[in-house]
Design a protein around this ligand. Sequence first.
Ligand code: ATP
Length: 240
Amino acid sequence: MSTPLLEIRNLETFYGPIMALRGVSLSVARGRVVAVLGANGAGKTTLLKTVSGIMTAEKGEILLEGETVSGLEPHRVVEAGIVHVPEGREVFPLLTVDENLTLGAYRRRDKAEIARDREMVFTYFPILAERRAQEAGTLSGGQQQMLAIGRGLMLRPKLMLLDEPSLGLSPLLTQEIFAILRRLNKDEGVTMMLVEQNAAVALDLADDGYVLELGRIVMNGSAARLAESEDIQSFYLGHA
Ligand code: ATP
């Protein structure tokens, strides 16, 4: 077996005395989309924050292409190739769309390539091209989500972490954004790990999935197999 792009081993993360991750292990192969499903408070955001170095694990290990990234400062994790698209988008509201994208490429010096990647982002999200001179704070929620994803792409990440990309979006807009994520994965080869409460859209996009409950992985498998599981259907897909 080849080395997975991302490997997480036995991760334990705390908020003071509260143990939010209780020995999480998972892996993401290059070129795949992995969905981590879980209810409110399951630990999904904590997992992404630990991978991106915003939180520090008490125990366990995170490896990118076999190299340890756990314990690195967040900007070093970015330099290693992991970009985090946070929950609630968090674009810079007073900067324009263009300026937000430029900031996304902050650690790159290859101007021609940066310009090409900006055009690539605009191909996937044409509405951002139309609004490139507009302040990001004036965009709709869905457009801000597109900008947050676009800004992440400007780093040419090896791995993109997406925290609830469907949050606060209409079903139609969610479908639109997930269709774009699928194209980014298939056509640009972007590897993704997304955490979602919306199991239906997440499993539809993903190749593989994990279910997180109270800080533990309780189930994993191919997304197709998970979508057929009775437990997933009754707890996460709302089927009777
Ligand atoms: P959500 O969808 O609500 O964001 P989640 O699955 O992302 O849920 P986390 O936000 O990772 O869950 O939270 C995991 C656990 O850690 C929960 O029990 C939560 O109450 C706790 N927790 C999260 N943030 C803090 C904090 N700042 N201080 C203390 N406990 C926290």
